[in-house]
Design a protein around this ligand. Structure first.
Ligand code: GLU
Length: 461
């Protein structure tokens, strides 16, 4: 049974990098008919918040990354970690270490002064024939793992290929802190084991943690998951994608008017490919995502490409659905009570020109809110003759049935009367009615307006 998981730490929003990891884990499980688990890694008690959990759950829901189990909270599993730690202690695979923070600092300083790598020196590690220090009564111990001293940890990474790290490079990991809270590496292993996780996708900043985790799995006699470490996502400046360089939370993109399927499509391509396919649906991704074609090198976040992907998904989206999605955005511009049917027609008309729902709402608000006309448009397009033609159009439209063809016919008759060419009327009409000089076909645009509004705007100064 393929079982994957996403294990966010609830110390903020759902980061784009974590969302991509979640997407790959989810798609891999779905592709194989397996299961996907959500685990909340909240052992950093000082920084974990319920608000962050809520944001993560909302973002997962928005992206449509449904999970079969969870959310499982690590802080609700403390007893289990303690139990496994006791088991390791009893088997001689872990030991109590009574070093105080001050002693550890001194150890580190001395190592630095000698030019050595800083590491735990094993002073409480039991070895045959070794005398351990006297147990102090006033220090609460940590529990450390007795990491193998020799040999190598080798794994065949799903993304990076074979990775080898010598046991000499790593020291005796703390499993449980004095307050009984497990460290990340220990909790992850117990959880991945208990949750029967078969494949772990995560960021490559965890590569150095993996040897400890593999050693722990082996000490526990637990079956090893396969690991796939995904390269980081770079910002468009080539640096690590970070808050300082633009939005990095999934929610920010929801707010800015991206569609979840576009976000999935774009995130999927940041580190994975299926031939030359740039645009695909969630279902296609699931049918293609078998864990192959994952990129070893970092991908670069490209806002322009994301906007393009979103624009394509907007074009393909159902108009009634778009109407529902722009409604709350219109309410923010003070527009409410519009029928879904009218909105759907308006979405259909303008969606080719929009990259986001935000832009779509901005367009659609022109049907309801008097647009402001820029000085530039006024000077360039609203000449005296243009104004007069607009007023003439208003009277010509007064009695016509309100459809695109009849509006087009009225415009033609005004042009013929005045010996003008289409752009000489169409552009001023656009500026006066829509507040912009470029729109889709003007007869079709006007037909979706309330007639009275058009007549008023044409006649106003
Ligand atoms: N809580 C860890 C993180 O957010 C999870 C890493 C893992 O998947 O093992 O990076």
């Amino acid at each position: 049974m393929i079982r994957t998981r996403i294990a966010p730490s609830p110390t903020g929003f759902l980061h784009l990098g974590t969302a991509r990891t979640a997407l790959y884990s989810w798609a891999f499980a779905r592709h194989h008919g397996g299961q996907f688990v959500l685990r909340i890694e909240d052992t950093d008690v000082a920084r974990s918040t319920q608000d962050s959990v809520d944001q993560i759950l909302a973002a997962m829901h928005w992206l449509g990354l449904d999970y079969d189990e969870g959310p499982v909270y690590q802080m609700q599993r403390l007893e289990r970690y303690q139990q496994v730690a006791e088991q390791l202690l009893a088997a001689g695979l872990a030991y109590r270490c009574y070093c105080t923070p001050a002693e550890l600092d001194a150890m580190r300083e001395a190592q630095k002064a000698r030019g050595d790598k800083t590491r735990y020196d094993g002073r409480w590690r039991p070895e045959s024939g070794k005398t351990l220090p006297n147990v102090p009564t006033d220090v609460k111990p940590v529990i450390r793992f007795k990491n193998p001293l020799d040999g190598e940890v080798v794994w065949d990474d799903l993304v990076k290929g074979e990775i080898r790290i010598g046991n000499r490079e790593i020291d005796d990991l703390i499993l449980v802190r004095p307050d009984g809270v497990p460290t990340y590496n220990f909790a992850v292993v117990v959880d991945d084991w208990d949750m029967r996780i078969s494949h772990v996708f995560r960021g490559d900043e965890h590569i150095n943690n993996t040897p400890w985790q593999i050693n722990l799995f082996q000490a526990l006699g637990a079956p090893l998951p396969r690991y796939g470490h995904l390269p980081i996502i770079l910002g468009d400046d080539g640096q690590k994608l970070s808050k300082r360089r633009g939005a990095v939370s999934v929610t920010a993109y929801e707010d800015a008017g991206y569609l979840p399927e576009a976000m999935l499509n774009y995130l999927a391509r940041l580190g994975w490919s299926h031939g030359d396919d740039e645009l695909f649906s969630r279902e296609q991704m699931v049918s293609w995502f078998d864990g192959s074609h994952l990129s070893k090198s970092p991908a670069q976040w490209d806002p322009a490409k994301l906007a393009w992907v979103n624009a394509q998904h907007l074009k393909a989206a159902d108009n009634t659905r778009l109407a529902g999605l722009v409604t709350p955005r219109l309410v923010q511009c003070g527009v409410s009570g519009v029928s879904t049917e009218s909105l759907a027609q308006q979405c259909a008309l303008v969606k080719d020109r929009c990259s986001t729902l935000e832009q779509m709402a901005e367009w659609i608000s022109m049907f309801y809110v008097q647009p402001s006309i820029s000085d530039e448009d006024r000077a360039q397009h609203l000449t005296e003759s243009a104004q007069a033609a607009c007023v003439a159009l208003a009277s010509a439209l007064n009695d016509v049935e309100w459809t695109a063809p009849t509006i087009a016919a009225a415009m033609k008759s005004v042009l013929a009367d005045r010996g003008m060419k289409m752009p000489q009327l169409a552009i001023p009409v656009r500026v006066k009615v829509c507040g912009r000089s470029q729109t889709p076909a003007i007869d079709q645009v006007l037909a979706l307006f309330d007639k009275k509004i058009v007549l008023n705007r044409l006649q106003s100064a």
